[in-house]
Design a protein. Sequence first.
Length: 211
Amino acid sequence: MKIIFLGAPGAGKGTQAELVSARLGIPAISTGAIIREALKSGTEMGLKAKKFIEAGQLVPDEVVIGIIKERLEQSDCKDGFILDGFPRTVPQAEALDKMGVKIDKVVSIEVSDEKIVERMSGRRVCQDCGATYHVVYKPSKDVKTCDKCGCELTMRSDDAPEVVKSRLEVYHSTTEPLKEYYGKVGNLALVYGAEELEETSKRTLEALGII
């Protein structure tokens, strides 16, 4: 299956992408993670992205799309993949279509803005491998260090409540229109986030028809 996860920052799409990845044996591709990997590897697109990041600018669409294209051409994507954090805009979705990528299902995790602000203040990220946790919903074993690599977990500066509210405004104006875009295609499924992670996971698997 080729799947896209949509949702506001902090809606839990990354967690659900990991779950589905493990269930189906296909890679979950986080845009942030592959940009970091491209920077580390020094690929052509990674070097282009580096120039913008070092200048404190957003990486432009054509560079992000180039990095995604490089990643989707790798052998582990031949049986399917999950995109988390891409596309973020309708032009990016159109670029994906032009690449000839046929998406089977687009899952949008629906969570209220108020709940997201509450959730994100508890999110913690591993500085080394990028794994994400939550002090309430998905804590690491000792709450302080990463279960995968043992490095310290930190709160991202953009998880502060006032920053989260600003990011939500951007999401509603630029990314949420993707729901209408994929709704017209006919492959959109809305999953309403529950208080319990297990219930949200159950709803996600049901939406994908793999429960």
